[in-house]
Design a protein around this ligand. Structure first.
Ligand SMILES: C[S@@+](CC[C@H](N)C(=O)[O-])C[C@H]1O[C@@H](n2cnc3c(N)ncnc32)[C@H](O)[C@@H]1O
Length: 384
């Protein structure tokens, strides 16, 4: 893909929104990983952040780029880290790699006290090649790859393969947060020269079903097929999308978060919610229920969607929570369950005698029946 931009360029609003999600997630996730890594206590353990498409490290007017976000987050955190945090940066374009290297050297020189950060010189190279080298090195040296977070923030859609996602997620405690540009992709989908790139991104060619579709149906189907590929082929237990829209509310790109840890998904959902959603464009996951926007998605909407999707089933509180987090915009579900019990649309089966009505948080294994009641609006189709 041609990239006419200069070494450093302006950070547009959705880039800054993307950074806010990243920062909010790392703020939550670093301390959790730190505690987990101490428990595992393997040889050479450390937390690893890999930025596979690192850019120059900053934007015009000194706005920090993604490589600085884990550094600032770790240095400014109130948590006392026991584990070192290693930050690996990869950038293909020579001018940006050079700028980034210089910037990182300056940052390191300014650190007054020793820190728990390990920041090797940024690598000038191709993300997929370099990440594969890193994985082989870990495999051959007996060091674990995880806990690790891989930020795969490409410009287009074909700079890394589904197989790379699979190789990363196949390791314990590894997650990916990746970018796919719909704006660059869909106008050219009928162009056969683009097909190998799209097939590489999917790891297969099921995406071709989308070619003949139009409008919203095309966009929804494409996103759904890619999410299926992330789960089935990429090996993600949980894959969750986040859309960045332009001022005309058209999707520019999606970010896809993949993890095998429910707690990771929970924290990422909270990070996504914490992003400022006021602006001329919507960082919306409106499409998740295809009926309601993130702004309006509260307990009532979740209750409606749980009934629409799960009525007639008996599930544990934990399983309902997993469903809510993985397939709806919600990041809290306990209040919605309380509301549903009051309305009669959930019925706990053999609840403990001392349990208060509406309380679910202490009973993850309690089984509950989800029922349709007269006043509940029916019908919801999830796009994830
Ligand atoms: C969207 S920008 C990254 C922005 C950066 N992550 C940030 O948020 O500040 C994508 C970067 O990936 C670089 N790039 C393109 N192809 C690459 C590849 N195959 N491997 C590594 N970097 C690549 C581009 O030069 C560009 O700087």
């Amino acid at each position: 893909m041609s990239d006419p931009k200069p070494t450093i360029y302006e950070a547009d609003p959705h880039t800054q929104a993307k950074h806010r999600i990243l920062r909010a997630y790392l703020e939550r996730w670093f301390p959790i990983l730190d505690k987990q890594a101490q428990r595992v206590n393997r040889r050479g353990h450390r937390l690893l952040y890999v930025d596979g498409f690192a850019g120059a490290g900053e934007y015009e007017q000194g706005i920090p780029g993604s490589p600085l976000i884990p550094i600032e987050t770790a240095l400014g955190h109130s948590h006392q880290f026991k584990c070192p945090i290693e930050i690996r940066l990869i950038e293909k374009r020579a001018d940006r790699a050079q700028h980034l290297r210089q910037l990182i050297r300056e940052k390191k020189a300014k650190l007054l006290a020793p820190t728990n950060l390990i920041i090797p010189d940024p690598i000038e190279g191709d993300c997929e090649e370099e990440v594969r080298k890193l994985i082989s090195h870990c495999n051959s040296s007996g060091h674990s790859l995880g806990p690790a977070f891989f930020f795969l923030d490409q410009f287009g859609y074909s700079s890394f393969s589904m197989d790379l996602i699979r190789s990363i997620l196949g390791h314990s405690m590894c997650e990916t947060f990746s970018y796919l540009n719909w704006n660059m992709l869909h106008p050219f989908m009928a162009d056969p020269t683009k097909h190998p790139g799209i097939t590489k991104a999917f790891g297969g060619d099921e995406w071709r079903d989308v070619i003949d579709r139009t409008g919203q149906e095309r966009e929804n189907l494409f996103r759904r097929v890619y999410l299926d590929a992330l789960r089935k082929r990429g090996g993600a237990k949980y894959a969750y999308p986040f859309a960045m829209r332009d001022v005309n509310h058209r999707v520019i790109y999606w970010l896809f978060f993949c993890t095998n840890k429910f707690e990771g998904l929970e924290q990422m959902k909270r990070a996504m919610w914490s992003v400022d959603r006021s602006g001329g464009f919507e960082f919306s996951d409106k499409f998740v229920s295809e009926r309601s926007s993130l702004f309006a998605y509260g307990d009532a909407e979740l209750a409606r969607d749980l009934v629409a999707e799960l009525a007639g089933q008996v599930l544990t509180v934990q399983a309902i929570g997993e469903f809510a987090l993985a397939y709806t915009p919600a990041c809290n579900y306990l209040d919605a369950l309380g509301r549903m019990e009051r309305e009669g649309s959930v019925r706990p089966i053999n609840p403990p005698q001392n349990r208060r009505q509406g309380s679910f948080g202490d009973y993850p294994d309690m089984r509950i029946e989800i029922r349709r009641v007269e006043k509940t609006t029916q019908g919801s189709l999830f796009g994830v």
